[in-house]
Design a protein around this ligand. Structure first.
Ligand code: URA
Length: 235
């Protein structure tokens, strides 16, 4: 919301007065004077007018979860357990998932209540790497890596997938890095080569790596530098 709107939401403060208070340095956002009436201020910021708090600022949560198989990437469901049920109820309030995984897929999942931040992580076209460990039903063909680099045609979306990198680890095991997040993307890419994914595990998203000591079903808060690390893609 614009700063002038937050200030003028107060009783007895008109929009004109709000603009004057801001211009004359009487308004602090997160303890810093902000003189821009049209500054975009999110709901996590503390806003004060002459020391009086006019916006308390919600607490932003950024969580890394090791998703086990069998949990749905949804906030609620009548049939299956959801990833949000792996968190304490007080913490899961208002959270959303930044980059869904299929029910059977395991690995790195990020949950937050900061939509501006999560959009930056998941925005198609930003080219943020998603790294998957893939187990296939049949040996991975010698031409698969090249086909993934060239892109796979997705009939439904009428598009070719962005160049992806395949690192063969064993005849039926590979590490695949993709830079988009299309529906069932990894399964569909392998399907296009005549193969079938039988296990899928997400190891990383951009600068965020799943900790090897984070057990399935466990979570931890992201660190300050992990949260701020998103800036590197936007500068
Ligand atoms: N691609 C898939 O096919 N499934 C996932 O869960 C994630 C990426």
């Amino acid at each position: 919301m614009k700063l002038s709107r937050i200030v003028s939401n107060q009783p007895n403060i008109s929009r004109k007065k709000a603009n004057w208070l801001i211009a004359t340095g009487q308004v602090h956002v997160n303890d810093l004077i902000c003189r821009m009436a049209d500054a975009d201020v999110d709901e996590f910021a503390v806003v004060r007018v002459n020391g009086k708090t006019v916006q308390q600022g919600h607490c932003a949560h950024y969580i890394m979860l090791h998703k086990p198989a069998g949990y749905l990437s949804a906030t609620e469901d009548d049939t299956h357990p959801t990833v949000l049920q792996l968190l304490p109820p007080a913490l899961s309030q208002g959270l959303h998932i930044a980059g869904r995984l299929d029910r059977a897929t395991t690995g790195l999942m990020i949950l937050t209540n900061n939509g501006t931040w999560s959009r930056q992580l998941t925005l198609p076209g930003m080219g943020i790497a998603k790294v998957y460990r893939v187990t296939t039903a049949y040996p991975i063909g010698p031409d698969t890596a090249l086909r993934f680099t060239e892109g796979i045609w997705f009939e439904y979306e009428q598009l070719t997938t962005a160049p992806a990198t395949l690192e063969l680890l064993a005849p039926t095991l590979a590490r695949l890095t993709i830079y988009e997040g299309r529906y069932h993307q990894v399964k569909r890419m392998f399907h296009a080569t005549g193969n079938r994914v039988i296990a899928l595990h997400r190891e990383g998203i951009g600068h965020l790596q799943l900790n090897s000591n984070l057990a399935e079903g466990s979570f931890r808060m992201l660190t300050g530098s992990e949260i701020e690390g998103l800036d590197r893609y936007y500068t």
